[in-house]
Structures are given as structure tokens and as C-alpha cells.
Ligand binder design. Structure first.
Ligand SMILES: [Zn+2]
Ligand SMILES: [Zn+2]
Length: 336
């Protein structure tokens, strides 16, 4: 069973997925609590996962065997599914929909101990190519309204297996956080005839205090009003609403800047737990200026607690100007 339910008070949609109770949890708070278990993402264990839907692999090797360096598989403990059976009910007091969608795992490297910030640049670019390929494919299904790509790093980031991987979930609706961003970008575009993110980037380049790093196509800066200390956003410098249209050149450059930001964060904070989320335009954007795709990196070394859950207001004890300053000053090792 997997269904989407709308909270009647806040109108927020949530996924109820009972089967996820049974998923394996191999990451515990303390390393000592880690039980050595079978790693389903390790090379040689391809038969333990559902059949792969995409991979970068050596020429001449066949699916679900050795030879891959990036491998995309359906999540065995999926939060959503293409064959859910619950009834839709949008007319009653409580509203629900079947959680129709795909939940996939992008296994980022065969090496379970790899630090993705230090992967060779070409390898990291292939990970971004895999994101683009899967997003394009999932949007071909007319039921898909949004595709959320995300990465949970470490216990604090909510990861359940330590092997480097990211995930995606496609949804038959636009989730609240995206709806909110799209709404405000749309209002701004209607009034000003310009993209809100494009103007934000101009403002960050004018003040410079929150910029972390830049390259030809992308800028990374600490968010002006962050939810987490060191929260860093990476956005294309030229207007682009939809990540799935990213060019080869852009994928090369997002891969480079993403790794640079992760390295700079690690230089300042040490080995860190974080979430990465990729925000892109939902299906049927009102105007091409009504969104601008971007990546948000949310370090999770500080717990979010009662005040944040109670008020939706975040208390952040490092200013983004200070955080960006430290990240700019950190020395940035070259990828291996
Ligand atoms: Zn823009
Ligand atoms: Zn966003």
C-alpha cells in the first residue's frame, strides 16, 4: 500500500508507505552499532537488487553484471510505485490519491568507501548525466508531475546504507516546497517580467559576501535566509527552468562546482552529513520565467528541533556571510 494523503489544515501532501517499515537500516548513530550486513549495492551483488533501469558500464558487459560505474535501480523498498491500487478520493473530507510513481536509487560508484567529493570529474559528470537521463525518461510518463532527485549523506542526513548513492522519486503531484517556490517565482515574473532567481544571482554577484565559488555556467552561494548553517545553493548563471534540458557543458560544470562545494564544506566542517536536493520545474510551468532550477546542499550537523517544527521558523547560529567567508578561504584540493 502506498498512498498520498492531504493534510486538511495545511494542504500538505504526505506519502503513507507501510512497506518501508521493513527496509534494512545499516547505518546507526554510533559506528559500533553498525552490524556488518550484506551490501546490495556492492559490485558482484547485482542480483540482490531489482533489475537496473540505466547504467554506465564497460562496453560488452550486460545488464545486472559487473562492469558498471554508475548504476540506477528501482528502490526495493519504494515509497511510491507504478502499480498502486488505492482509490483516489478528492471529494470527501479527507483527500487521498494513489502514490503512483517511481522510486529509484542511483548507485554512484562501485566503491562503497568512496568520497563522492573526490571522485574523478568525469565520473561525477556521469552521475549528473544519469540524473538527467532518468528525469527525462520519467517525465515521459504523463502521470509524472514532478521528479525529486536527492541525496542523503550519513546518519544525520537520513541515509540507511553507507554505500554512496542518491535517489529520485517521481510524483503525480507538485509537492508543497516546489509549489511554494514556483508560486513566488511566478508572481515575480508576472509583475517584473523577469526571473526571481536570475535577479537573486545578480544581487549575490553585486554584494559578493555570500558567494562561495563560481565557474563558467554556475554560481554557488550561501542562502541569504538559510534553514541550516552553511546551507549552500548552486544555480545556473543563465536562465534555465528545467534541469532535464541541461546541456553536456552544463553537466560538466555542475559536476565540478558541486564537488568543489562539498570539498569546501568538508574543509571547514570536517566529514559531514548533509542532504542534497535538486529543484527543477514541474510539468506545465505557467511561464518559462516562472522557475529556475538549482541545487540546495543542506548540512545536517545541527539538529532541527521543537522551535523549527513548531514555528516553521529556523534558528541559525552561523551567518551565511561568515559561512561563505570560511568556505572561500578553505583550500580546495583537486579531485583525485
Ligand atoms: Zn532565471
Ligand atoms: Zn529550491
Amino acid at each position: 500500500m502506498s498512498e498520498l494523503r492531504q493534510d486538511p489544515i495545511t494542504k500538505r501532501w504526505v506519502v503513507i508507505a507501510n512497506a518501508r517499515n521493513n527496509r534494512p537500516v545499516h547505518l546507526k548513530k554510533n559506528a559500533e552499532e553498525n552490524k556488518p550486513g550484506v551490501n546490495p549495492f556492492a559490485p558482484g551483488n547485482e542480483s540482490l537488487t531489482p533489475p537496473e533501469v540505466f547504467a554506465f558500464r564497460k562496453e560488452g558487459t550486460t545488464s545486472d553484471t559487473l562492469g558498471w560505474w554508475v548504476r540506477v535501480i528501482p528502490n526495493k523498498f519504494a515509497a511510491v510505485s507504478l502499480d498502486v491500487t488505492c482509490d483516489e478520493d478528492l471529494s470527501g473530507f479527507h483527500k487521498k490519491k494513489p502514490a503512483v510513481g517511481s522510486h529509484e536509487v542511483i548507485v554512484e560508484t562501485p566503491d562503497e568507501h568512496a568520497d563522492i567529493a573526490l571522485l574523478p570529474h568525469d565520473h561525477m559528470t556521469d552521475i549528473w548525466r544519469a540524473y538527467r537521463e532518468r528525469m527525462q525518461t520519467l517525465f515521459q510518463n504523463p502521470v509524472t508531475e514532478y521528479v525529486q532527485i536527492f541525496r542523503n549523506q550519513g546518519y544525520g542526513g537520513g541515509a540507511s546504507l553507507p554505500h554512496p548513492h542518491s535517489q529520485l522519486i517521481s510524483l503525480p503531484l507538485v509537492p508543497k516546497n516546489i509549489e511554494e517556490e514556483v508560486y513566488h517565482c511566478g508572481q515575480y515574473a508576472e509583475i517584473n517580467g523577469r526571473c526571481l532567481f536570475c535577479d537573486l544571482i545578480v544581487e549575490e554577484q553585486r554584494t559578493k559576501t555570500r558567494i562561495v565559488a563560481e565557474n563558467e555556467d554556475f554560481i554557488a552561494f550561501c542562502a541569504y535566509a538559510p534553514r541550516f548553517p552553511f546551507e549552500t545553493w548552486i544555480a545556473p548563471k543563465n536562465h534555465a527552468a528545467d534541469f532535464s534540458n541541461a546541456t553536456e557543458n552544463m553537466l560538466t560544470n555542475i559536476a565540478a562546482l558541486y564537488q568543489e562545494v562539498l570539498q569546501r564544506l568538508a574543509q571547514v566542517l570536517g566529514k559531514l552529513d548533509y542532504n542534497m536536493v535538486l529543484h527543477t520545474a514541474p510539468r506545465n510551468l505557467k511561464s518559462p520565467l516562472a522557475y529556475h532550477w538549482h541545487v540546495e546542499i543542506l548540512p545536517r550537523h545541527v539538529q532541527r528541533a521543537g522551535f523549527e517544527f513548531g514555528s516553521g521558523c529556523y534558528l541559525v547560529t552561523t551567518s551565511p556571510e561568515q559561512a561563505a567567508g570560511w568556505m572561500r578561504e578553505s583550500n580546495n584540493p583537486e579531485p583525485a
